[in-house]
Design a protein around this ligand. Structure first.
Ligand code: NAI
Ligand code: 15L
Length: 268
C-alpha cells in the first residue's frame, strides 16, 4: 500500500515549510519534527535529532520518513557532525527500531560539488559519478548516502537519496538556472520517491526540467517523476543582472559553485 502517514523532519525550515504546504495535496498526512518550533503547528514535535526517545516516538507508526533536518550550509565541523552525521545516524536507528520501511533523504548537489560542470552540449553528470564533496556540509551528505546504502544492505530499509539542486520559490542566480527545483516539482519528486516500488537505495538528482540542466534526471524519472517546470522563463532577467556564467570563473567551473571556492570553517 502507498505510504500515507509521513514524518517530515526539518519541518520548520525553508524546504520543510514549502513541503508542508504541498505534500498534503498528494494525499499525505504529515507528522512534523524540528529542533525549532514549527509556526502554527502545535502538534509538531520540537526536539533535537539527538533526543532518541523523542525521535523514536515521532517515527513510531509512520509509513515513511522524509529526512530534511540538518544544517543546510557549510558550518564548523562539530556542528555538521552533530546534526548531519550523528543526527542522520540517529534517524536511521529510530527507523530500524520502529520497523519503518522507507526513507527519502535530502542529499545535496554538494555531495558531488567538485564535479566539473558539463561543457555546453556535453554529457550530463550521471548519478554514478564519484562523491566529490565540496565542504564538510557536502561530506555529511556523502555520508548520509552511504549510510542509506548500509541500512539497505544490512537491514532492508529502502531510501531514495535526492541530491537536491536549489529548491526555492524562484531561481535567484544564473547558477540556479541549471539547478532549480521548483517547489511543485519538489513535491512531485518526493511523492515519486515515496511511492515507487523496489527502490532499494536509489540516488536521484533533484531539479526541474531546466533547459540549462547539468545533470541526468533519468533515475528520478524512472521512479515516476515527471517534472513540469523549467527555470528558462527567469533566464533573461537573471542574465541581464548577473551576466552569463563564465565557465572559466572558479565559481562557475564546478557543480557546487561558490561552495568550492570558500575555505573550510575551522572550529572556534
Ligand atoms: P533549513 O536550514 O531552512 O532547514 C533545516 C531545518 O533542520 C531547520 O528548521 C533546523 O531547525 C532543522 N535542524 C537542524 N539541525 C537539527 C537537529 N539537530 N535536530 C532537529 N532539527 C534540526 O534548510 P532547507 O533549505 O529547508 O533544507 C532542508 C534539507 O534539504 C537540508 O537537509 C538541506 O541540506 C537539504 N537541501 C536543501 C536544498 C535547498 O535548495 N533548499 C538543496 C540541497 C539540499
Ligand atoms: C544546498 O545544499 C543548500 O542547502 C541550499 O541552501 C542551496 O545553497 C543549494 O544547496 C544550492 O547549491 O544552491
Amino acid at each position: 500500500p502507498a505510504p500515507r502517514t509521513v514524518l517530515l523532519t526539518g519541518a520548520a525550515g525553508g524546504l520543510g515549510t514549502l513541503m508542508r504546504g504541498l505534500l498534503p495535496r498528494h494525499g499525505y498526512r504529515l507528522r512534523l519534527f524540528d529542533v525549532r518550533p514549527v509556526e502554527s503547528e502545535p502538534g509538531a514535535v520540537t526536539a533535537d535529532l539527538a533526543d532518541t526517545d523523542a525521535l523514536r516516538a515521532a517515527v513510531r507508526g509512520v509509513d515513511a520518513v522524509i529526512h530534511l533536518a540538518g544544517i543546510s550550509l557549510e558550518a564548523p565541523f562539530e556542528k555538521i557532525l552533530h546534526s548531519n552525521i550523528e543526527g542522520t545516524y540517529r534517524l536511521y536507528e529510530a527507523v530500524r527500531e520502529e520497523g519503518v520501511r522507507r526513507v527519502v533523504f535530502a542529499s545535496s548537489n554538494h555531495a558531488v560539488g567538485f564535479t566539473p560542470r558539463p561543457a555546453d552540449g556535453g554529457p550530463l553528470i550521471p548519478v554514478a559519478t564519484p562523491h566529490r564533496p565540496d565542504t564538510y556540509y557536502g561530506l555529511s551528505k556523502s555520508f548520509g548516502e552511504d549510510l542509506a546504502q548500509l541500512y539497505w544492505d544490512l537491514h532492508g530499509i529502502e531510501t531514495v537519496s535526492v541530491r537536491i539542486g536549489s529548491c526555492f520559490p524562484e531561481p535567484t542566480s544564473v547558477r540556479m538556472l541549471s539547478l532549480w527545483l521548483s517547489p511543485a516539482d519538489g513535491a512531485r519528486l518526493f511523492h515519486a520517491a515515496l511511492t515507487a516500488t523496489d527502490v532499494r537505495h536509489t540516488v536521484v538528482y533533484g531539479s526541474s526540467a531546466n533547459t540549462r540542466l547539468w545533470w541526468d534526471l533519468s533515475s528520478a524519472r524512472a521512479l515516476g517523476y515527471e517534472p513540469r517546470d523549467d527555470s528558462e522563463p527567469y533566464a533573461a532577467e537573471l542574465i541581464a543582472k548577473q551576466g552569463e556564467p563564465d565557465p572559466d570563473d572558479p565559481e562557475h567551473a564546478r557543480l557546487g559553485g561558490h561552495f568550492c571556492t570558500r575555505p573550510p570553517i575551522w572550529p572556534h
